[in-house]
Design a protein around this ligand. Structure first.
Ligand code: ANZ
Length: 941
């Protein structure tokens, strides 16, 4: 029979599902291998051809590893909480779980069609209660933990309480809020429950904190930075302001150093690691306290009051403490907590105006803008702790509240932004080095000497810095400090479709619900909108109340469920633990993770953080979750455009100009559905039928055709350039689609989708099928012994594919398969000894056709998945023939292929007997015949 891909693919997909062919066992004697894909958010649009790219690559790898004798875990699931389903719910009133369910069904159908070897018994859905029960459970563990800097790991809050009870706060070296109390054991015990809990919250790894957020009053929610454009919400265009709100946060900063160090131990793409390094942003510098003039404590010696109350100093973080003698003013963030206290009555109006102005700018805008200078003077002064200079304090939006201490010592002679600020407001510029040039980062003073300093003159950068820090320490006015750019992560949103936070409030303080009451189910509500009083949607739930207080009304953010899901796959149905110890000790970590680089600083950082935490509390065994990671490139869309003519008043007409003619007209481009365009020629009738307003469209054609413009862009519905895998599978089959997606180019590169080549891949599979069949399409395989040439073809491909897969070069294998099948076709090879192995080598790429042929070859159904990858034998590749170049009178004339084992005299005879050579000799006897064995033959006539 001819290649009937439809029947074959359906048959094997059903067989795999029924027989659970790809079920992974948690215990076998085989070595384990865990291949993970980033699980999808099931959106309403379904899969387009770009989505499966990474899944196909990981599936090939998973199937290959099974052939190599590994026990492979290759699971799939859904990251099914999230905004789009909720947005849809707001518009239609349909419960997001219904939309989610429907979308998952579409995804599942589409994934099944492609023939993935997923172990579907382990499927997870982050929105399902038996999954989010454990997300909530992990939240509880974080709430019950703090980070001990001495043991350098998370420890139980109970240990902290025991310490407080025995020794008070003395000797605690923990990551915590800035303002913590100092107390003795007696004082601790004397505190009421309320105050103790408030104090403990400052240490917990998940805690409530006042954070500045993008608040959109019209939408009634906090927005992420990328949902805000120029002060307005991206969706709806409503004004967004910066607002302080109590929010759940995760103390990820406790793990900053470990997150940084761990990067050196994992096999990830270097650019991705670099993105994480930058995000973590380690800066080595110093913190310096500038005493307030008003404190009247004088420049030296300094005594600083700790804790709350009237401030006596401003603390700055600097990476250039050596420039302290060049400080001519201080700039603090407009949100700095001392602003109100520092502002004098005369300056109040200025300061208030300025603060109102900065509220409109997002932090991203503030960081990006390095040109506009703005600020206001508070009216207060501090003193330079080293020379007693009186220094004015300004506020300015280039200083960010959340970084360092939210205050900078400004050195206009050393820092560009400080320089611009000084110029703009006419503030002094004090030189610090005797030359202008400071361009060596490692030693900014290399070519100059410090000036204007008491004790640094003549020192180099390193010694100068050390001398300043020593002096500051002596005075109690500063110390060396490492600062991280990364902030604690906000962990909540005022939305419905997410995990409820397992917390209730009593007397304004959060308490965990009892573990046995997990999962805390998402309640039903009437509308998916905030309440009239501006509370999150959960505030609408009636009768949803803990016996002792109100539940938390915000839900967990999108990244909660995806920060640990790879563990759930290890033991997906466990209702006692998030996964059993046994399963975790067996599978350990993910050996290969494939996904998009857009998750570099989100999901991939949060996952590493939770993994380290789970390791600290003894629940998992590896410090890093994903040993090797590959980013698949994006498949871009190839968009087509039509050009609408514009009339005199600038309005669009109903006439469309072909691309080659647009120079002569005023037109504006319009995306057109790529499915009504073939080879860039627009199908005019389909275009008229496409949209009602085009029914009467007129065209200005070139050579009788309408030629569309082309651009490569992101594949997206709004650009009408989406190619659906379903259509391609219906036309060519999944095996062709799988191979074609790989054939497009290197996995890690972005590339435009172009359907033109798919026909070639389909023809290749048909030719492969043909090898096993005679001219009447009868299955016909011979048991004869293979020839050397056949064995050579086979072993070449065995070696090539193995090498390719091991280095994740899937596209190069596809062309090698084509060469191998062409060679075997030319050799008219239908030998079992060759074809049987070839089927196994091709099976990871084109599993359906290979299963079918494997069974036709007489093997048990399904067993190709666990067959052994053929062993490469280098002997078959040893060349035993050589094609001698024959040169006559110094000119290359022809080639003659001869065995390499032939003696020189036999070679001479064979050359002279060759018909081509005889033609050139034209009856003459050569004067000379020189044979260089294995190299060349020279003839002189
Ligand atoms: C004095 C100085 C002199 C500085 C000089 C730089 C050059 P990184 O490397 O990114 O950590 N800074 C500190 N806190 C800030 C904040 N909240 N917002 C904006 N800028 C802040 O940068 C640290 C440097 O950035 C610090 O060192 C400080 O300026 C500024 F010739 O202090 B520097």
């Amino acid at each position: 029979m001819d290649y009937q891909f439809k029947d074959i693919e359906q048959k094997w997909q059903q067989f795999w599902a029924k027989n659970k062919t790809f079920r992974a066992e948690n215990k076998t004697s085989k070595p384990k291998y865990y291949v993970l894909d980033m699980f999808p958010y099931p959106s309403g649009a379904g899969l387009h051809v770009g989505h499966p790219l990474g899944y196909i690559a990981s599936d090939i790898f998973a199937r290959y590893k099974r052939l190599k004798g590994f026990n492979v875990l290759h699971p799939m699931g859904y990251d099914s909480f999230g905004l789009p389903a909720e947005q849809y719910a707001i518009q239609t009133g349909q419960h997001p779980s219904i939309t989610t369910e429907a979308n998952i069904a579409t995804y599942r159908r589409q994934l099944d069609q492609i023939g993935f070897s997923f172990d579907w018994e382990r499927e997870v859905r982050t929105s399902s209660p038996d999954y989010y029960k454990w997300t909530q459970w992990i939240f509880m563990q974080l709430f019950n933990s703090y980070y001990d800097k001495d043991t350098d790991k998370a420890e139980s809050i109970a240990k902290l309480v025991a310490h407080f009870e025995a020794k008070g706060s003395a000797g605690i070296n923990a990551v915590c809020d800035e303002e913590i109390l100092s107390f003795t054991a007696e004082e601790w015990k004397a505190m009421g429950e309320q105050q103790q809990q408030a104090e403990l919250l400052k240490y917990r790894l998940t805690y409530l904190r006042e954070s500045t957020v993008n608040w959109c009053p019209a939408l009634g929610t906090v927005l992420a930075n990328d949902e805000v454009k120029d002060g307005f919400s991206e969706r709806g265009g409503y004004p967004v302001e910066q607002k302080k709100m109590m929010q759940w946060s995760m103390r990820i900063t406790a793990y900053a150093q470990r997150l940084l160090e761990g990067l050196d131990t994992i096999d990830w793409p270097e650019p991705l690691k670099e993105m994480q390094r930058n995000w973590i942003g380690k800066s080595v510098g110093a913190s310096v306290k500038f005493p307030l003039e008003a404190s009247k404590e004088g420049p030296t010696p300094l005594s600083f009051r700790e804790g709350r109350g009237e401030a006596s100093y401003i603390e700055v973080f600097t990476t250039r403490v050596d420039t302290i003698f060049g400080v001519s003013f201080l700039v603090i963030a407009p949100e700095h907590e001392l602003v109100a206290e520092l502002t004098t009555p005369e300056q109040k109006a200025d300061i208030d105006t300025y603060i109102a102005q900065t509220k409109k700018k997002s932090e991203l805008d503030r960081m990006a803008d390095t040109k506009t200078v703005s600020g206001a003077f508070t009216g207060s002064y501090v003193t330079n702790p080293l020379n007693g200079d009186k220094i004015p304090v300004w506020i300015g939006d280039y200083v960010l509240a959340g970084y360092g201490t939210g205050a900078v010592m400004a050195v206009p002679s050393g820092d560009q932004r400080d320089y611009l600020f000084a110029k703009h407001f006419n503030l002094p510029i004090i030189p610090i080095i005797d030359i202008q040039k400071i361009d060596d980062e490692a030693d900014p003073t290399k070519e100059g000497k410090y000036i204007n300093s008491d004790f640094m003159n003549g020192l180099g950068y390193k010694e100068g810095t050390a001398a300043v820090i020593a002096k500051l320490e002596e005075l109690g006015a500063g110390k060396a400090k490492v600062n991280f750019r990364m902030r604690d992560a906000i962990f909540g949103r005022q939305r419905y479709w997410g995990e409820p936070v397992p917390v209730y409030f009593k007397n304004g303080l959060p308490y965990l619900i009892e573990e046995e009451h997990l999962p805390l189910l998402l309640p039903e509500i009437d509308k998916y909108l905030p309440t009239e009083s501006g509370e999150p949607p959960l505030g609408r739930a009636t009768g949803w109340k803990h016996p002792e207080g109100e539940y938390e009304l915000s839900t967990m953010p999108g990244w909660a469920g995806s920060s640990w899901y790879w563990y759930r796959y290890m033991d997906a149905h466990n209702d006692q633990e998030f996964a059993s110890r046994e399963a975790i000790e067996y599978w350990k970590d993910v050996d290969l993770y494939i996904g998009g680089s857009e998750h570099a600083t989100g999901h991939l950082l949060y996952s590493r953080f939770w993994n380290k935490f789970l390791k600290d509390i003894g629940k998992v065994v590896e410090e890093e979750p994903f040993k090797k990671l590959i980013n698949q490139g994006m498949i871009q869309g190839r968009s087509n455009f039509v050009y609408r003519m514009i009339d005199e008043e600038g309005r669009g007409t109903n006439t469309f100009v072909s691309h080659g003619l647009i120079k002569g007209y005023k037109t504006s481009p319009l995306h057109v559905d790529v499915n009504i365009v073939e080879n860039d020629v627009l199908n005019l009738n389909k275009f008229k039928a496409w949209r009602d307003d085009f029914a009467e469209a007129e065209f200005i054609l070139e050579n009788g055709k309408y030629i569309c413009g082309v651009e490569v862009e992101k594949m997206s519905k709004s650009k009408f350039n989406v190619v659906n895998p379903d259509d391609l599978i219906a036309r060519y089959g999944a095996d062709t689609l799988r191979m074609y997606e790989m054939f497009l180019g290197p996995l890690e590169q972005s590339k435009p989708w172009n359907t033109n080549g798919i026909e070639g891949v389909f023809k290749f599979l048909r030719k492969f099928w043909r090898l096993f069949h005679d001219a009447e399409w009868n299955f016909n395989v011979s048991n004869e012994a293979p020839t050397k040439a056949e064995l050579k073809s086979l072993h070449k491909i065995i070696k090539k594919v193995e090498e390719d897969i091991e280095r994740f070069s899937f596209n190069t294998s596809v062309s090698s398969f084509m060469i191998a099948v062409n060679e075997l076709t030319d050799l008219k090879c239908n030998k079992r000894a060759i074809l049987q192995d070839l089927v196994v080598v091709l099976a990871p790429y084109a599993p359906h056709i290979c299963e079918e042929l494997w069974v036709l070859l007489g093997n048990p159904a399904g067993s190709i998945s666990t067959a052994a990858y053929p062993k490469f034998n280098p002997d078959y590749l040893v060349e035993d023939e050589f094609s001698y170049p024959v040169s006559i009178n110094g000119k290359m004339k022809t080639n003659v292929s001869l065995s390499l084992t032939m003696e020189t005299t036999d070679i001479e005879a064979a050359i002279l007997a060759n018909a081509d050579v005889q033609k050139y000799l034209d009856g003459k006897t050569p004067k000379k015949l020189i044979v260089v064995k294995g190299r060349i033959v020279n003839i002189v006539i």
